[in-house]
Design a protein around this ligand. Structure first.
Ligand code: NDP
Length: 237
């Protein structure tokens, strides 16, 4: 286990799933953790109570609320952008407003909050975005727009790594494969199809992703930046 005593962490979108596992992990490693949530009040309150983290309501589509939450949490040593939604289906019939909302959360909010976090981040800080293995591989129909939002994060971290490298701030994207959460349950109707393209034919867990975050946030990862960290059971192999 890492020791993040004296470090401040902010997780954008931490009330459920992968984000909640990251909150629990960093709090258990003695970081002072805040997280934002949008719709899941009860889950956020329960998680705050259980972990000792502080829950802040801030919808990532509301830029001023998002930036205020990020500013108020600063200076942040470890910044995680996890919030995301997946709108999948036939591109000819998907609602364009739903696609735009996904772009707002998955790309726009990720960029603006990361830059805001970097503004006051101490030297040696960490910016970690949660992307998706679908940035590398799109083996099924219906995922064009979602995958597009996640591949945008790849060039985002490459560029921000250059922008903040002199301050020894590292910027990376973790790209999970199928991970057992509300978004993608291990017993869901698409599970067998997903497993068919994986080397290890099972969903990962949110705790697996949180462990990767902990490693990247720690001192041993100081030289890893501008890079894609894929944890997908061989989905993209
Ligand atoms: P869940 O749907 O289980 O949880 C999503 C989290 O994001 C919730 O905490 C939710 O908060 C938050 N969130 C969503 N919209 C907003 C918003 N507008 N503002 C603030 N927070 C928001 O998803 P996962 O845990 O599975 O996914 C987390 C990340 O991992 C996403 O970026 C997803 O794309 C990515 N991912 C997931 C995979 C999987 O198989 N599960 C695979 C690859 C990537 P609230 O409920 O409070 O609104």
């Amino acid at each position: 286990m890492a020791d993040f005593s004296g470090k401040k962490a902010l997780v954008i979108g931490g009330s459920r799933g992968i984000g909640a596992a990251i909150v629990r992990r960093l709090a258990s490693e003695s970081a002072s953790v805040r997280f934002t949530w949008a719709g899941s009040r009860t889950k956020a309150e329960e998680l705050a109570h259980e972990s000792g983290a502080e829950a802040i309501q801030a919808d990532a589509t509301n830029r001023s609320a998002l930036l205020a939450a990020t500013r108020d949490a600063g200076p942040i040593d470890i910044f995680i952008f996890n919030a995301g939604i997946c709108i999948a289906g036939d591109p000819l019939t998907l609602n364009p407003d739903d696609i735009d909302r996904m772009i707002d959360i998955n790309i726009r909010a990720a960029y603006h909050a990361s830059v805001e976090a970097a503004r006051s981040m101490p030297d040696g800080g960490r910016i970690i975005l949660i992307g998706s293995t679908n940035a590398n591989r799109v083996p099924f129909k219906g995922l064009a727009a979602y995958s597009m939002t996640k591949s945008a994060l790849q060039s985002m971290v490459r560029g921000l790594a250059r922008d903040f490298g002199e301050r020894h701030i590292t910027v990376n994207v973790i790209q999970p494969g199928p991970t057992d959460t509300d978004m993608n349950p291990a017993n869901g109707p698409q599970a067998d199809l997903m497993h068919s393209v994986m080397a290890i034919k099972e969903h990962g867990t949110a705790d697996d992703v949180a462990a990767y975050v902990s490693f990247l946030a720690g001192p041993a990862a100081r030289g890893i930046t501008g890079a894609m960290q894929t944890i997908d059971g061989g989905f993209s192999a």
